[in-house]
Design a protein around this ligand. Sequence first.
Ligand code: SF4
Length: 121
Amino acid sequence: MVQLLATIEHAVKKPVWGCTMCGQCVLHKTGLTCPMTCPKNLRNGPCGGVREDGNCEVEPDMPCVWVKAQDRSEKMPRTWREQFDDLRPPVDNRLQGTSSWKNLLTGRDKQVPAGWQSDEE
Ligand code: SF4
């Protein structure tokens, strides 16, 4: 059942957002732009290498994921838009390939690595 859920989630999200199944979905906080499509997997904003044309320093033909995220977040409902600047914890790679829907329901996606704490807590 758990694997079926992950399969369905991937089938839905991969074609639309390029989802790689990190298991800790933050799409609603990033203007429905998947931060895991950033070549550096940055989840808290762009690196210092965004080109003048707004493209990525690693993939020069690709628009920076975070430039897109910023633009799109401005069109999101206020509740989601206000979460754009939230500090997101490091990716827990143990969740790679698991269903973020299940992890949301169980609260597993809220568990952070030992020693990590947000300034906002
Ligand atoms: S944040 Fe993670 S779960 Fe959400 S679309 Fe991106 S890779 Fe998939």
